[in-house]
Design a binder for this molecule. Structure first.
Ligand code: ADP
Ligand code: MG
Length: 479
């Protein structure tokens, strides 16, 4: 993409589904994947005569987020009705917040190419989710599942402070790690627990005002956020360079074709006729309540990262990888609880384990490999009981089948042979099979040393101790 002296300007609206036990205004459960329409009560459907009751847990979750990003917290929480008609919104309105959002101005820090940048958060407000319309289940009809109706969402709106698709992804990842470290959301994008709309415009460096923006909807993965924004920046630049104007509109991202297309223009946009929700009284947030939340905040990713760098001497990059999400961070701490070297732990997790996770496109929590597995593999290497190649083999076995490390070492015959006599016997075999090379090695062709060690490793399926092989080979050469 050629920017040609255009500056992209991006602001994100991130919807985070809060991990509450029940819905925002009713006692219906919110478990994912339940039988359709089994988790919607008369309140979620807005039947006549019912009254919403505010979920205290949702307030608490929102306060945690506010404190975590050092935001202003509103003294009172008021809700508003956002009116629109859609089949998956049986009430005909969504209860949301307009004025006095629970979380006001705050900020988060992102890092890109070693440079850090502060991104402003304009606000974060509580609102209920709508149901789900399913258009591909029946040929001539649409289906409606109201299980999601009334689920608690925190909508986090950023300032237009992001200047590239990469920055937008970093910001989204930071929000993801904050909410998962706080434990206020599972952050699972594939299940819709975190969704994002991206507002995109471009301008020339000297322009005082921002350019006209479009809003990209329907983005449900980090990868697609990046691709959708890159496509849209490029499209806008091309339009402007042809002398056309950008129309303020909502566009849908099509991940199959990797393009955005117009959904509705601002003129067609709804007038939501917001008004204060008459069925909910304003609630007060006291200074004590905020202090209490602040005091009990768990360790946040940036702070954990700094701690890991300081206490374990981890590199910036490794500490960043380990604290990128709560699952990895907990996994790492669990491995350390077995008292293995932190450096080895980080190398195994971010190296071999991450490679397997990436290759199979899964999360650490879904894998069969447990912190205990990794810790025991490392312990066996540290005690020189298994070789590096055997350790890799072990990891691959537990990855696909699980099992107990000690048992696997026995059953697979992976125990490192460090017994001198046993190794010497094999080394002698190798030498007698490769007389010519041995003479060459003797007369100074040092590179052949590796060849002999390699042959012994091959004959023992990688279970000979390379240190012992090297030592014995040296002895033989000096004879
Ligand atoms: P709306 O209520 O129409 O969604 P907002 O003013 O609340 O509009 O802005 C929504 C998002 O759009 C915010 O994240 C904001 O940072 C971003 N935004 C506003 N103007 C621009 C612009 N010109 N270019 C890019 N993003 C913008
Ligand atoms: Mg918007």
């Amino acid at each position: 993409m050629s920017l040609n002296n255009w500056q992209p300007v991006i602001g994100l609206e991130v919807h985070v589904q809060l991990a509450t036990r029940t819905k925002l205004f009713s006692s219906s459960p919110i478990a994912f994947g339940a039988e359709p329409n089994t988790q919607a009560s008369e309140i979620d459907l807005g039947l006549p005569g019912v009254l919403p009751v505010l979920n205290k847990e949702a307030i608490n979750h929102a306060l945690k987020f506010g404190c975590a990003i050092n935001a202003q917290i509103s003294e009172k929480v008021i809700f508003a009705r956002k009116n629109y008609f859609y089949p998956d919104l049986p009430k005909g309105y969504q209860i949301s917040q307009l004025d006095d959002p629970i979380v006001g101005r705050g900020s988060v820090e992102i890092k890109l190419d070693e440079k850090s940048k502060i991104i402003g958060v304009t606000r974060a407000h509580l609102e209920e989710d709508a149901g789900k319309s399913i258009h591909d289940l029946y040929t001539n009809n649409s289906a409606i599942d109201l299980n999601r109706a009334g689920t608690c969402l925190l909508e986090i709106v950023s300032e237009p402070d992001l200047s590239s698709a990469e920055e937008a992804v970093e910001y989204l990842k930071k929000i993801h790690s904050i909410v998962t470290f706080l434990g206020i959301s599972d952050g699972d994008m594939s299940q819709g627990s975190m969704r994002c709309d991206a507002n995109v415009s471009v301008k020339k460096p000297d322009d005082q005002e921002l350019g006209t923006r479009t809003e990209l909807k329907n983005i449900n993965s980090f990868k697609f956020v990046e691709k959708a924004i890159i496509f849209e920046i490029d499209r806008q630049i091309k339009e402007l360079e042809k002398g056309r104007k950008i129309v303020q509109e909502t566009r849908l991202y099509d991940s199959k074709k990797n393009l955005t297309r117009s959904m509705r223009s601002k003129e067609e946009a709804n007038d939501y006729r917001y008004f204060p929700e008459p069925d909910l009284i304003p609630i007060k947030i006291s200074e004590d309540q905020i202090n209490d939340v602040r005091k009990n905040l768990p360790e946040l990713p940036d702070i954990m990262k700094a701690r890991l760098m300081k206490s374990y001497d981890l590199s910036d990059e490794n500490a960043e990888l380990v604290t990128a999400n709560k699952e990895t961070a907990s996994f790492f701490e669990d491995v350390l609880s077995y008292e293995v070297s932190p450096k080895n732990a980080v190398n195994w997790i971010t190296g071999d384990l991450f490679a397997l996770l990436n290759k199979n496109d899964t999360n650490i929590s879904e894998s069969k490999v447990s912190p205990k597995h990794i810790a025991e593999i490392i312990q066996n290497i540290e005690d020189q009981k298994i070789s590096g190649p055997s350790a890799k083999k072990l990891l691959e076995i537990v990855w696909s089948e699980g099992g107990e490390i000690q048992e696997l070492i026995q059953n697979e015959g992976l125990e490192q042979i460090s017994n001198d006599d046993e190794i010497e016997k094999i080394l002698d075999e190798v030498i007698s099979e490769n007389q010519k090379q041995f003479e060459q090695l003797k007369s100074g062709k040092d590179r052949l040393q590796g060849f002999f060690v390699g042959q012994v490793m091959k004959k023992t399926s990688g279970s000979a101790s390379p240190q012992v092989v090297n030592k014995l080979l040296k002895e033989k050469l000096s004879k």
